[in-house]
Design a protein around this ligand. Structure first.
Ligand code: SAM
Length: 297
């Protein structure tokens, strides 16, 4: 396949800038630009998009996003060693790449998007990332719980360990169904686009990865996301128990709660669809004293 740009191969970039992968930063780099282009294509037509890339590293995915025509890329990288390599990409695509040095978990990403050159409210905003899975999951939860809804992003295209990807797209009766599946299913349509073998990364991780794509539902069932998190945490905290027992940790009488939610007390969390958890969150809201703050888990 033809080269996607005229910048040096990623292996040379890594050697030139001394970017030996660091385990502490979850660094498993993708060096095949045709593969990074496949990931970037998962985000759809990028020509009018502002793309947020988290963890660009030596820039394989960044280069693909720009080569595929992303209007502007905001790339947030924690490892300062990568900044000179990213500056070379910025020079190759003048005015189209903003590199932010820092921890994505601590960044105000919507503010970075709003400040991106040429950005106008309502523009297509895509988030694309190949991240260490713990950072990726923490960010995904932040992006799913964001208020107001519809959110500031129009699509998330994220690499995860296959096992985490399965939890994100899982529904009732799937072994992988749990809090992440309820949260993702409540507010988004999520699907696994394709798997990426461990051997595609340098160094290779221990497990297969998958690229997941999520798009926001325009009108998810109305409920307080923090209460949804509380009921799913309680229900799946003891997933093999019946709901009348597992929900006791919520500190309210469980049988009337379940009755209001229209759920049989003998059901187990793994069989309850997202709408059932939403009904539980709403019933719980009716039992909290007015104005009482919801503790954050
Ligand atoms: N995107 C590159 C690729 O596909 O080859 C690098 C992927 S590597 C799995 C993860 C990248 O995320 C690394 O460059 C790492 O330094 C960066 N990273 C890790 N934690 C981060 C954080 N909290 N905020 C921003 N970047 C982070």
């Amino acid at each position: 396949m033809a080269a996607i740009d005229d910048l040096p191969p990623l292996r040379d970039v890594i050697a030139t800038h001394g970017l030996a992968a660091r385990k502490s930063l979850g660094q498993n780099f993708l060096l095949d630009l045709n593969l990074t282009a496949r990931v970037a294509r998962g985000a759809g037509d990028l020509s009018a998009a502002t793309v947020v890339e988290v963890g660009p590293g030596p820039g394989g995915l960044t280069r693909a996003l720009l080569a595929l025509g992303a209007r502007h890329v905001v790339a947030i990288e924690r490892d300062e060693r990568c900044l000179p390599a990213l500056a070379e990409i910025a020079a190759r695509y003048p005015g189209r790449l903003t590199v932010v040095s820092g921890d994505a978990l601590a960044c105000n990403i919507p503010a970075l998007v709003a400040a991106a050159p040429g950005y106008r409210e309502g523009d297509n905003v895509q988030v694309v990332a190949n991240l260490p899975y713990n950072v990726g999951t923490a960010l995904l939860v932040q992006w799913l719980e964001t208020e107001p809804w519809p959110p500031w992003w129009h699509g998330l295209t994220l690499m995860f360990q296959r096992e985490v990807a399965e939890r994100i797209v899982a529904g009732p009766d799937d072994d992988a169904y749990g809090r992440l599946g309820v949260l993702a299913g409540w507010r988004t349509e999520a699907s696994i686009l394709f798997d990426v073998a461990a051997s595609a990364f340098t160094p290779p991780p221990k497990v297969t990865s998958s690229v997941v794509h999520l798009e926001p539902r325009a009108e998810p069932l109305a409920c307080d996301g923090r209460l949804l998190s509380r009921v799913t945490a309680a229900a799946f905290g003891q997933r093999r128990k019946m709901l009348r027992a597992s929900l006791r940790s919520l500190g309210v009488e469980t049988e009337p709660l379940l009755e209001e939610a229209g759920l049989p007390p003998t059901e187990r969390a793994e069989n309850i669809p997202v709408a059932g958890f939403v009904a539980l969150a709403r019933a719980l809201a009716h039992r909290l004293p007015a104005g009482k703050a919801v503790p954050v888990d």
